[in-house]
Structure formats: structure tokens, C-alpha cells
Design a protein around this ligand. Structure first.
Ligand code: ASP
Ligand code: MG
Length: 407
């Protein structure tokens, strides 16, 4: 008997009608003889609504109480879905994270799962019941309710699938899979049948936000086969799995991009041991995440240093850097918050040379100036002016043969 974990996101359970549709889908799967554990999110908009209420009362809201509050969203869905299943004559039972018990650390609002006790779930499955679990929540060792951070239901689903050694974990959402790039930018984007965990992590962190990144990391670590599918459209979605043989693998799996980038440069920095840390520590101290970093080769014992940050952190980073500039006696700080990052991603890159040069040639032919470059084993990223984003993505998508077959 196969065991599946199905996770339904907020839009999939966004109304009573949709909850009934989800129940029908689950019942069909159970009638085929599979064991089904369902993880649900709060109905769409609910977590935001609760957060807004909390913020009207206390700024910032008490962490522990925030978890008590936000966990109710998922609790509503699990009860309604379980009722919808009963109404269809399908035995079902719902549990909160604490009831299961999904044991977490005590970091309220961003807790991490430590352990899952799957005893009661297994008993229910053996009795032929569908088990419905509230996503995004757990309990710490003192019995406090905790939540796993926004989008955390994906992580609940993967963690349960790992604990139950499920055959597959299905993430039902409002898109029908992972695409070669964002179809809003390139309408010829193609749904991928398969992608590796590593590729998915690169695509997700670069803006193709289908799944919570932590859930993908978790799935990779415990080798949980993860499938992203639409709750509304039939189809097999995209399977996220381990890398298989290199045979017939595409060189590049997708083009990711990130619009919210900004870059900062400090010039005329004395070229001495410790300057990189003197430049970056004040930025890190403000909790600002730095992405690409470039240091030029020194000329006349001074050097230039450039790095990128999220656009929202641009002003704060600039202020921090201006202070560093005065402290180090550097020349000046300049910046640009109208840049984007475009990346090609693919495990096929490991075994093929010349991918970077193809990428740079394609951009040159379009007259796109590359401002920064960074590479990793399965990704090459460039920073370009914001106005070239669409052109760059489409040109690369075509050049690497990613478009769907017409007709
Ligand atoms: N309800 C939570 C959120 O909106 C968790 C989730 O949906 O995964 O972030
Ligand atoms: Mg979600």
C-alpha cells in the first residue's frame, strides 16, 4: 500500500467550495487504496488577516502569543476539510501540530522541527482513515504552540513524508509545476517534468517561488520525492528528485531572475589585510544579507569593492558604507538600485564546458552590458540593468533550447 502526503496551500482551500473540491480529490485517492495524510494551510488571506489584527494591538506582537494566534488559521482548515471528507463518507480525523506531535525548538514564529511522533497517524492510517494535519505549526518541549515561519506548511508536509517514509509528497498549489522560467516574462516557458533538489534550490532562491526553500532543503536531506502540482488542473506536475544519469539531460534546466537587487561600490580602499571584513561587518551587523561580492585587483595599493544587496536594504547599506568609507579613508561610495540578476541553472553544466561563453555571447548580441558575474557549480549569474531583464531572459531561454514545442 502506497503512502502519500498531500499538502494543499491557502488558495486551494480558500473557500468552502474549494475545500469540498479538495475533499473529492482526496477521497478518490483513498478509494484507489492509497494511505493519505493531508497537510493544510490556512485559507488564503487568513494568516495576513490575523497578523494585521495583532499589529493593531501590540507593536511588535508578543512572539509566543503570535504563534497561538496564527496557528488557528490552519486549525480552521483542518476541521472543515475533515468534515467535508466525512460528508463524502470518507473516514477522516484532524490533528493540530501539537496533537500529532510535531516537536520543535522554542524559537517562536520561526521554529524548527526536531522530531515527529507518527504513532497516532499510523494507527489511523491502518484503520483506513485519512489523516488531516494542520501545517506550519508544532509544539515545544514545554507544550507551547510554535509556528515554522511563513510558508511553513510545505515544511510540515515534507517532514511528515520523511517521518512516514511516504512514497511521494505532493504539494498542491495554484501553479501546475516548475517552469523553465517565469511564464509572465517568457510565454514560451515550459513545465519541467523533473528537476533536481539542487536546481530547485537555485531556482527558488532566485525568485521562482513555488515552494518554501526550507522544505526543498529538507526534502533533499531526507530524500523525499516531492511533486508540485496544480489543485485545479489535472496533470503530473514537476517531480523534484535526485540527480539521475547524465544521459539526455538538458544542459540548462531554467533561467531564474531576481528583480529586487541593488549594488554598492566603495572605491580607493587601502589594500590591506582585514579590509573586506571592515567593509562587510557593519553591513552584516545591520542584518543585511550580501549576495555577490567582487574585489578588484589592487592598483596603486588601493582597490575597489562591489557587492549586491536586496533593494529594500539599499539605503541602509549605503549609509553603513559611507561610514566605513570615512573610517578607512577610502575614496567614495557609489551605487545603483536599478539592477537585476539573471541566472542560468542546470546540473548539466558540471559536465559541459563553454556554457558561460555561450551565455555571455547571447547577451552581447543583444547589446546587454554585463555589470557583474558570479558562478557556482550549477549556476551562472549576471547582473544587468533592470531595463534588460525581459530581453535577457528571453534571449537565454531561446539560446539554451528551453522553449516548449509548438502545437
Ligand atoms: N499559513 C501560513 C502562511 O500563510 C503557512 C503556509 O501557508 O504555509 O504563511
Ligand atoms: Mg504557502
Amino acid at each position: 500500500m502506497a503512502v502519500f502526503v498531500y499538502k494543499f496551500g491557502g488558495t486551494s482551500v480558500g473557500s468552502v467550495e474549494r475545500i469540498k473540491m479538495v475533499a473529492e480529490k482526496i477521497k478518490k485517492a483513498r478509494d484507489r487504496g492509497d494511505s493519505i495524510v493531508v497537510v493544510v494551510s490556512a485559507m488564503s488571506g487568513e494568516t495576513n488577516r490575523l497578523t494585521a489584527m495583532a499589529q493593531e494591538i501590540q507593536q511588535p506582537p508578543n512572539d509566543r502569543e503570535m504563534d497561538v494566534l496564527l496557528s488557528t488559521g490552519e486549525q480552521v482548515t483542518m476541521a472543515l476539510l475533515s468534515m467535508a471528507l466525512h460528508d463524502l463518507g470518507c473516514p477522516a480525523c484532524s490533528y493540530t501540530g501539537g496533537q500529532v506531535k510535531i516537536l520543535t525548538d522554542s524559537m517562536h514564529t520561526k521554529a524548527r522541527i526536531r522530531e515527529i511522533d507518527d504513532t497516532s497517524i499510523r494507527i489511523d492510517l491502518d484503520e483506513g482513515k485519512v489523516v488531516v494535519v494542520a501545517g506550519f505549526q508544532g509544539i515545544d518541549d514545554k507544550g507551547n504552540i510554535t509556528t515554522l515561519g511563513r510558508g511553513g506548511s510545505d515544511t510540515t508536509a515534507v517532514a511528515l513524508a520523511a517521518a512516514l517514509k511516504a512514497d511521494e509528497c505532493h504539494i498542491y498549489t495554484d501553479v501546475d509545476g516548475v517552469y523553465t522560467t517565469d511564464p509572465r516574462v517568457e510565454p514560451k516557458a515550459r513545465r519541467l517534468d523533473k528537476i533536481t533538489f539542487e536546481e530547485m534550490l537555485e531556482m527558488a532562491s532566485l525568485g521562482s517561488k513555488v515552494l518554501q526553500i526550507r522544505a526543498v532543503e529538507f526534502a533533499g536531506k531526507y530524500n523525499v520525492a516531492l511533486r508540485v502540482l496544480s489543485s485545479f488542473k489535472p496533470g503530473n506536475g514537476t517531480l523534484i528528485t535526485y540527480e539521475e544519469s547524465q544521459m539526455e539531460r538538458a544542459l540548462i534546466s531554467g533561467i531564474a531572475f531576481n528583480r529586487d537587487e541593488a549594488k554598492l561600490t566603495i572605491t580607493g580602499v587601502p589594500d590591506l589585510p582585514g579590509v573586506a571584513s571592515k567593509i562587510l561587518c557593519p553591513v552584516a551587523d545591520k542584518n543585511i544579507e550580501v549576495d555577490m561580492i567582487i574585489q578588484n585587483i589592487a592598483a596603486d595599493s588601493t582597490t575597489d569593492f562591489t557587492f549586491t544587496v536586496h533593494r529594500n536594504d539599499y539605503q541602509r547599506s549605503k549609509e553603513a558604507l559611507e561610514q566605513v568609507c570615512r573610517d578607512l579613508g577610502a575614496k567614495e561610495v557609489t551605487g545603483d538600485d536599478r539592477i537585476v540578476k539573471v541566472s542560468i541553472v542546470g546540473v548539466g553544466m558540471r559536465s559541459h564546458a563553454g556554457i558561460a561563453s555561450t551565455m555571455f555571447r547571447v547577451l552581447a548580441e543583444e547589446g546587454i552590458n554585463i555589470r557583474m558575474i558570479s558562478t557556482s557549480e550549477i549556476k551562472i549569474s549576471v547582473v544587468v540593468d533592470e531595463k534588460y531583464l525581459e530581453l535577457a531572459v528571453r534571449a537565454l531561454h531561446l539560446a539554451f533550447g528551453l522553449e516548449k514545442d509548438e502545437g
